[in-house]
Write a protein that binds this ligand. Structure first.
Ligand SMILES: [Zn+2]
Ligand SMILES: [Zn+2]
Length: 379
């Protein structure tokens, strides 16, 4: 089974033949994240450069599903990852990828893409971002879908690539299914760290409850063990150390500027950040921003994270404190005390790495983060 991956869109795309595939120049990675940068990347399979109506170009890579999975997992993980962790990741990456394709084959709409409840007015902006934004390919290569760098990393890290290949092979064609819903392929999301408890799907995306995405306790991701962390954090991710508990501090002026730049709305001075709704993990999914010129409710979690940081806030699970900015400044600073990194729905990568390190098998890891789901070979 083949899959089409949208690698990049740019005014002009430059690529060349390479002995091992196609070399694409200046691919931008981590867009909007703190590791935003460009690099050259190498791809196998076929590469098509498509001209868009606005004159820009899009590079689309077509390749086998299992080869794609080997690549995305090599990008996500490192050479030291345990085999059980890699197998768990292979199953969730495959499920996430195949779900919309298999649901479409059953001629059902992918339910997660329902936009029911999506509102955008001057008082409320409650939005979420789904993969149905893509036209002309199945998934993109950035973190919006799953980070995909072709075989760039495979050739640079042959040992990691070999372990990943073993994990993909050992779970070939296997996905998680929901036995309470006609064995529908599960919507298996993942992120770096839940911060102690996982979040419900409906608090991050469309208002739909999935039984296998019940909020569960995660006593595992509270670790600073570099040996375990290095299994799920690539070098650029390790630039960030604090994710289980973190703090961000802004002066009142800084925060007002960030929110104005990121939302395009001038709130004046920010008087208050008021969490209105929180999920079980503590993630805020409706936040009221009260300013001297405007007040508004923003959600869901990703939109909140975008508005409150120049790059991305690690998560929307935070408490707000006002603290003195010194004797000469009457405007108090905003101190955000947060937990976790990412949306918190589904598999906690750092928690899963710790579980694997403690001797849990991949089936036990999957059963923990996706309770009630079952493994099934579908291709
Ligand atoms: Zn995408
Ligand atoms: Zn966790």
């Amino acid at each position: 089974m083949n899959i089409k991956v949208g690698i990049m869109t740019a005014p002009h795309i430059s690529c060349e033949q390479h002995p091992n595939g196609v070399l694409l120049h200046d691919v931008r990675i981590g867009i909007g994240f703190h590791w935003d940068r460009t690099e050259d990347q190498l791809f196998e399979g076929t590469m098509e450069i498509r001209r868009n109506p606005d004159g820009s170009e899009t590079a689309i890579n077509t390749l086998d599903v299992e080869d794609y999975l080997s690549s995305v997992i090599t990008s996500e993980m490192s050479a030291t990852s345990s085999l059980e962790l890699l197998k768990a990741h292979a199953v969730i990456s495959r499920s996430w990828l195949l779900r919309p394709i298999m649901e479409k084959a059953k001629s059902k709409e992918p339910r997660a893409n329902s936009r029911e409840g999506y509102t955008d007015t001057s008082e409320r902006r409650i939005v979420w971002y789904e993969r149905d934004a893509h036209v002309g390919f199945d998934v993109c290569a950035d973190d919006h879908c799953q980070r995909y760098e072709g075989i760039t990393r495979r050739d640079a890290h042959p040992e990691a690539a070999e372990r990943v290949r073993q994990a993909v092979e050992a779970t070939r064609g296997m996905v998680l299914v929901d036995p309470t819903d006609n064995d529908a392929v599960c919507d298996t999301r993942f992120y770096k760290s839940c911060g102690g408890r996982t979040e419900l799907f409906e608090n991050a995306w469309a208002p739909h409850h999935y039984r296998y995405l019940e909020s569960v306790e995660c006593p595992y991701c509270n670790t600073r063990d570099a040996r375990v962390l290095s299994q799920v954090l690539n070098n650029y991710d390790q630039e960030t150390q604090d994710f289980y508990r973190w703090t961000v501090r802004y002066t009142a002026d800084e925060l007002a500027n960030i929110i104005r730049d990121r939302s395009g709305i001038d709130f004046g001075d920010i008087l208050e950040l008021k969490p209105l709704k929180r999920g079980p993990s503590g993630r805020i999914y409706e936040l009221e921003i009260v300013g001297t010129k405007h007040r508004m409710v923003v959600g869901k979690e990703l939109e909140i994270r975008k508005w409150l940081s120049r790059s991305h806030l690690y998560s929307s699970a935070f408490d707000v404190e006002r603290v003195s900015a010194g004797d000469t400044n009457p405007k108090q600073d905003f101190l955000l005390r947060g937990r976790g990194w990412g949306h918190g729905v589904g598999l906690c990568q750092i928690g899963a790495a710790v579980m694997a390190d403690q001797g849990f098998t991949y089936t036990q890891i999957l059963a923990h983060y996706f309770p009630g789901s079952q493994l099934k070979k579908v291709i």
